[in-house]
Ligand binder design. Structure first.
Ligand code: FES
Length: 131
């Protein structure tokens, strides 16, 4: 189930606030987190999303520009073939889906980078666009 985008008063934000209140009470084992958060470092914007959300889709939906001029002209539309949507994961790599074989080949010299279109987010992640 996809939750609405972040924003004041959204369901996702309410769930996130509730979970944050319960965690200090030791309720962690009883609560399965259903949201993740993406902190876009360069833009200074944090977005609360559903667990398993696609990083590229969430960035575009929230007005975050992922592409350089070359990527804007000739990106593959998010099917993982052009490698123009590269982002650097500053924190929370462990909360991302495993890299695909294409990513492993394309980004072998950039171990902290991922293709946004191939990355699913399962927890708090800090992302730098256009590394
Ligand atoms: S948009 Fe082409 S690889 Fe991500």
């Amino acid at each position: 189930m996809l939750l609405p985008q972040s924003g004041k008063g959204s369901d996702a934000e309410l769930i996130c606030k509730t979970v944050k209140k319960l965690l200090p009470l030791g309720v962690r084992t009883m609560v399965k987190t259903t949201t993740a958060s993406i902190n876009f470092h360069n833009e200074g914007k944090e977005v609360v999303v559903a667990n398993g959300a696609n990083l590229r889709q969430q960035a575009l939906a929230n007005g975050i520009d992922l592409y350089t001029w070359k990527g804007k002209l000739m990106n593959c539309g998010g099917v993982g073939q052009c490698a123009t949507c590269v982002v650097e994961i500053l924190a929370g790599m462990e909360h991302c889906s495993p890299p695909t074989e294409f990513e492993q080949r394309q980004l072998r010299k950039k171990p902290h980078c991922r293709l946004a279109c191939q990355t699913l987010v399962y927890g708090p992640v800090t992302v730098k666009t256009k590394p």
